[in-house]
Write a protein that binds this ligand. Structure first.
Ligand SMILES: CC(C)(COP(=O)(O)OP(=O)(O)OC[C@H]1O[C@@H](n2cnc3c(N)ncnc32)[C@H](O)[C@@H]1OP(=O)(O)O)[C@@H](O)C(=O)NCCC(=O)NCCS
Length: 184
């Protein structure tokens, strides 16, 4: 069963490990994890700044990944989506697909957003497939937009609107409850 829960203080160490893993870090479009102190400050901000919200993705009750929304206090009622499944044993088993449905329900249902958008590395096939599969649409292509290890990388902009999710959510939830991935 896949669930989301609020972050607690004990998650800081786990998130530091995951953020430093090459399979996670290589796809993050923000700055590289630059050390323990920077991570501590990032985690503190994630838990206290009303502009941000983070959830631990749980698989069978244990931590499997992180989902964050950024920009919550802005005028436009939109937020940027960022996420990873940090537990490598959990990848490719539907955790991301389920967490995405739960996260979009939080974003549009609980938080009342109008739009969720994401920057995805253009060669991140897994993220592109899963996010467009849930209804994110491609809205732009930014050449050489981020530097990873000093190398320019292209980024795709994805977005989904509240009314689009409202139309897609019932079937997405049904598919996940039928396969036992989320609670009915
Ligand atoms: C992207 C990510 C969150 C997806 O989570 P996941 O739990 O591994 O994904 P799922 O098991 O739910 O798979 C979802 C779909 O993606 C597909 N997929 C998984 N890995 C893939 C890959 N390397 N290439 C292409 N498709 C892939 C699966 O086949 C599945 O499709 P299906 O439902 O048609 O079978 C996870 O792989 C991850 O954390 N990757 C590293 C960090 C990252 O890229 N974060 C996103 C930054 S934008």
């Amino acid at each position: 069963m896949i669930e989301l829960r609020d972050l607690d203080t004990g998650d800081e160490e786990q998130l530091f490990q995951w953020r430093g893993e090459p399979e996670v870090a290589r796809w993050m479009s923000d700055a590289d994890v630059s050390g323990r102190e920077a991570h501590r400050a990032w985690f503190h901000q994630l838990r206290t700044d009303p502009d941000l919200k983070g959830w631990m993705i749980l698989r069978a009750g244990g931590p499997a990944g992180l989902l964050t929304l950024t920009g919550l206090t802005g005028h436009h009622r939109r937020a940027a989506w960022n996420w990873f499944v940090g537990d490598r044993e959990a990848r490719g088993r539907g955790v991301g697909r389920a967490a995405q449905v739960l996260g979009l329900d939080q974003a549009f249902g609980v938080l009342g957003l109008h739009k969720v958008w994401a920057e995805v590395m253009a060669d991140n096939d897994a993220a592109m497939k899963i996010q467009t599969g849930a209804g994110f649409r491609r809205e732009g292509y930014l050449r050489g937009h981020v530097l990873k290890d000093g190398q320019p990388r292209d980024v795709v902009l994805l977005g989904i609107l509240a009314e689009e999710w409202a139309a897609l959510a019932p079937e997405a939830r049904r598919n996940l409850t039928d396969s036992g991935l989320i609670a009915a």
